[in-house]
Design a protein. Structure first.
Length: 304
């Protein structure tokens, strides 16, 4: 690569929520070539019209990955959502890592999970740990972004908590430094377009770690509806979700994150988002303030 040529960047999973946000950020800030890889190129027609090169890539098809990664200098590997069969996602990620090395990609940025070690009870931890190990076994440079839990997912459970006046889960006294998907996208775009060529692991977190008791207080203040936190035993929480209609395995997978938070796996706070982007991550309070009306409206709908 000549010294005056901007590196060619590629984003996998580009038709997903995070991928689209990264593409938008790159289009606004990056002057080099941008490639979007996806199983569904037709979903990215708008980006193609704006100058993004769109390529087909299937994580189950090694040849399609190699072709998609040709000529790429830096690659963002967004973790896939293939969690239907144990080991499937890890195999997909290994396919991508192998294809990246074969295509002579110089640097891979990977969206991982906070503390994915063998002692983590989070059901997805083995996939992320295995992907990090696959990267470490290559000759490529890489940046692992260990993301905390998305603040956005709280919008699924909070309306019911507002309606009932009680927040139920199995987190207990544990804390999490929730991070918005938008801030994760900003960190990923910055890491992908940076000049860093070595190897690093970075924690991607919000500005504060908060407990469920604090969350209940914040909800009360935001909505004017008194909300209290009611900790549950892990099995009781799983049974409640099953009774609400979730398959047992899905409920257990969701509850595994409660167990991980309870053990402190998501409590670390870092300055990485600001270090990478120059801007502080959005706080939980500010995020919920932006969605205050949605919380109230969803809670109101659930009462009908």
């Amino acid at each position: 690569m000549s010294s005056n040529r901007k590196p060619t960047l590629l984003v996998t999973g580009a038709s997903g929520h995070l991928g689209r946000q990264v593409l938008e950020l790159l289009l606004g800030n990056y002057e080099g070539k941008i490639i979007a890889a996806t199983r569904t190129p037709e979903k990215l027609a708008e980006f193609k019209q704006r100058g993004v090169i769109v390529r087909h890539a299937d994580f189950e098809d090694q040849d399609s990955l190699r072709l998609a990664f040709e000529g790429v200098d830096r690659l963002l590997l967004i973790s896939t959502d293939a969690v239907d069969v144990p080991g499937r996602r890890l195999n997909q990620h290994r396919n991508a890592v192998k294809a990246a090395e074969q295509s002579r990609v110089k640097h891979v940025v990977y969206t991982s999970l906070m503390n994915p070690g063998p002692d983590s009870p989070a059901s997805v931890a083995p996939d992320h740990r295995g992907t990090e190990e696959a990267l470490a076994a290559t000759r490529m440079g890489w940046t692992v972004l260990r993301e905390n839990i998305y603040t956005d997912v709280l919008l699924f459970s909070f309306p019911q908590a507002v309606q009932q006046g009680k927040l139920f889960n199995a987190i207990g006294d544990g804390k999490a430094a929730y991070i918005t998907r938008e801030d994760c996208a900003r960190a990923a775009a910055a890491a992908l377009s940076s000049s860093f060529e070595g190897r690093q692991i970075l924690d991607i977190t919000g500005p504060h770690a908060v407990s469920q008791y604090e969350l209940a207080d914040i909800l009360s203040q935001m909505t004017g509806q008194e909300v209290s936190y009611m900790p549950l035993a892990l099995e009781a929480h799983i049974q409640n979700m099953v009774a609400a209609g979730l398959p047992r395995q899905v409920a257990a997978d969701l509850a595994s994150f409660d167990a991980a938070i309870a053990q402190g796996k998501f409590s670390a706070v870092s300055s990485t988002v600001k270090d990478l982007t120059g801007r502080d991550p959005v706080s939980l309070v500010d995020f919920l303030a932006t969605h205050r009306d949605a919380l109230r409206q969803r809670a109101a709908v659930s009462e009908l």
